[in-house]
Design a protein around this ligand. Sequence first.
Ligand code: URA
Length: 216
Amino acid sequence: MVTVLSDTFSLVNTWINELRNVDIQQDRLRFRRNMERIGEIAAFEISKGLETAQREITTPLDRITVMEVAVQPVITTILRAGVPLFQGLLNYLDQADCGFVAAYRQHDANDYFSIKQDYLTCPNIDGRPLIVADPMLATGASLIEAIKDLLNHGKPTQLHIVVAIASQQGVDVISKEYPDAKIWVGVIDPDLTEKGYITPGLGDAGDLSYGEKLQR
Ligand code: URA
């Protein structure tokens, strides 16, 4: 199931516009914060479908029965571009456990790339909802690789994939590979460039958050 968060106009549209705008996106603090905000909205939406449990709490005046999250999710992301979107999810689902995957595009002399993954740390995800934050879903290659490795850490009850901007191709690939996954996406763009960038997209989310890296 794919939910596009900007299909009905809301502040999400404004934040995506600012992420894309070639002038506004130069403000790194604003860029990261807008990614976080999309993560926060996605967390709120995801929370509506989490398993709940009843608990008694004491207020200064009475005892009442309330509903709360029964099983805390595991929130994961792919370093480094995923960190602000991940942080937004964690701001709201603030008792979750977390996991990290390090993956990067290794570029050749012609600026074509392959995905390299070299580090993963993740708690047990057996019987818990798994949330994977990937801000830019382009071909889906790095996301499939990351989810495959994360699923070695147990069988989750739900799989949520949270994306700020996706290509239509990426959404199709992930929906086919994980038909039971819930995909929460800010917006879906029509195309990918031949170098694998989403277009119109926003450029390089990692560089815009943290500065340009050396390509080695
Ligand atoms: N990663 C990015 O940062 N941007 C894209 O367009 C695709 C992947």
